[in-house]
Design a protein around this ligand. Structure first.
Ligand code: ARG
Length: 475
């Protein structure tokens, strides 16, 4: 069934109908469409565009449809073009031609823009709650390893020893930023296009402020043309989701690496690993690999939508129907991915002894020698040279820094007294990093407790927002 036809002599070609059809993906908007229809009916009734009797019939039929869509007893048919026409068919099946009264003052252009925003608001809030759980799992994992020393890396080479909690906690900050991006996004995106009609608003006495408030929006989009053509909210959401995907992929890479036989630091729990069909000994980090691999589609979806939007004239163009699948794909894949990554992180065990044994390897304490000299007034460039020559001597003799003789130390620099051996002692070196944000146990502890505090605020935010939009959430 099409929602138009008055001026046409014939129906459309089957191939055109197949091209036009979006019901196979936009059915996901059904509950949001019904919810926004209820808000629209209220506006029509309040402004006496429809009688209370008609409003009651429409409302009851929509409420019935809400139940039937939920339990699957009302489903789209092959002849339905999109979610809007399928639901209008449903309305007319229930109450006859009076169902068409709902079309007053509304076009599919403002309708789809409203439904799509409501869908995304609902799902971005849901994503934020999954991210909060993920961040909590990361913080708790870090708390287990505050006192454990491991090598820190730059260029994937041993760089300096650190509290291993610093290594884990860095991921919590990345997701905390993602949550804050969702918060900013919601502030900008929670404005309603409903009432903008096709592009010009309506000559009927509508009150779009009313439906906006009813749906949980902060207000009405001030320009009707912008309202029906803006998809920034979708592009920004895709950027946020791509960034989350990238953060997950970096965790994925790290877990693959650290659980490899060569590293042997991480033991992924059996429930979050898979076996091989041919090699009985294999335990593969598939969750981590999928976390790494799925980043490709999140980035693709963002560039896909931006490419659709580039150069498009304002107001509604049918190109805009191409906006949704990118978003559905990113949302659904993140909903699928975040919980197993959270479980994998929460249940991974790290080998403390192995990490500690690796910590001083690769002369990771050489910077301490330079800092020791700086504390005695030697300019850093000279101190760096001296520490470098210590490393060279060790490499030639195949020994560690603390094993250099008193004489060798003095050859490297006249101020390099035997006291430097304390500086190249592992615990002392790590504990000595006392500046805030440093990788010492004492600083990481403070950092983790700050993260916990801000996580509590994010949790309060997400439940408030869930509450605010609860009227429009999928039933
Ligand atoms: N299925 C359409 C979409 O997703 C709904 C809007 C149709 N509007 C139109 N003027 N043909 O964009």
């Amino acid at each position: 069934m099409t929602l138009w036809g008055g001026r046409f002599n014939s129906g459309i070609d089957d191939a055109v109908f197949n091209l036009s059809r979006s019901i196979h993906f936009d059915w996901r908007l059904a509950q949001y469409d019904l919810r926004s229809s209820l808000a629209h009916i209220e506006v029509l009734e309040q402004n006496q565009i429809i009688s209370s009797d008609v409003a009651l019939q429409l409302r009851n039929a929509i409420k019935q449809l809400q139940k039937e869509v939920k339990d699957g007893s009302f489903l789209p048919l092959p002849q339905d073009e999109d979610v809007h026409s399928a639901l209008e068919r449903g309305l007319k099946e229930k109450i006859g031609d009076v169902g068409g009264a709902i079309r007053a003052g509304r076009s599919r252009n403002d309708q789809v823009a409203t439904d799509f925003r409501l869908y995304l608001i609902d799902h971005m809030i849901e994503l934020s709650t999954l991210l909060i759980k993920l961040e909590k799992a990361i913080i708790e994992l870090a708390q287990n390893y505050v006192e454990d020393i491991a090598p820190g890396f730059t260029h994937l080479q041993h760089a300096q020893p650190i509290s291993f909690a610093q290594e884990i906690a860095k991921h919590a900050h990345a997701f905390a930023r993602d949550i804050s991006r969702i918060r900013d996004w919601l502030t900008r995106s929670s404005f309603s296009p409903l009432g903008s009609g096709a592009l010009a608003g309506s000559s009927l006495p509508l009150t779009p402020e009313h439906s906006a408030k009813n749906l949980g929006f902060t207000g009405v989009i001030p320009n009707s043309i912008d309202a029906v053509s803006d998809r920034d909210f979708a592009a920004e959401a895709l950027f946020i989701m791509a960034t989350i995907g990238i953060h997950l992929s970096r965790i994925g890479e790290e877990w693959c690496l650290l659980s490899s036989t060569e590293f042997g630091w991480a033991e992924i729990d059996d429930a979050f690993a898979t076996g091989s069909s041919i090699m009985p000994q294999k335990k593969n980090p598939d969750v981590a690999e999928l976390a790494r691999g799925k980043a490709g589609r999140f980035i693709g979806n963002l560039t896909g939508l931006l490419t659709v939007l580039k150069g498009m004239p304002f107001a509604y163009n049918r190109d805009l129907q191409e906006d949704k699948e990118f978003v559905f794909d990113s949302v659904e894949n993140l909903l699928l991915l975040i919980p197993p990554v959270t479980g994998m992180i929460a249940s991974t065990e790290f080998n403390r002894a192995k990490m500690r044994a690796a910590a001083p390897l690769g002369f990771s304490l050489a910077t301490e020698i330079a800092d020791f000299l700086v504390k005695q007034g030697v300019p850093f460039s000279q101190a760096h040279e001296a520490a470098g020559s210590c490393v060279k001597m060790c490499e030639v003799r195949g020994i560690a820094l603390h094993e250099l003789s008193d004489q060798e130390l003095l050859t490297a620099h006249p101020k390099l007294s035997p006291a430097v051996r304390q500086a190249v002692e592992l615990d002392g070196a790590v504990n000595g990093r006392t500046a805030s944000n440093s990788a010492s146990p004492s600083q990481v502890k403070i950092q983790l407790s700050n993260l916990e505090d801000s996580l509590k605020k994010d949790l309060a935010w997400s439940s408030n927002e869930r509450q605010r939009f609860s009227g429009m959430m999928a039933q």
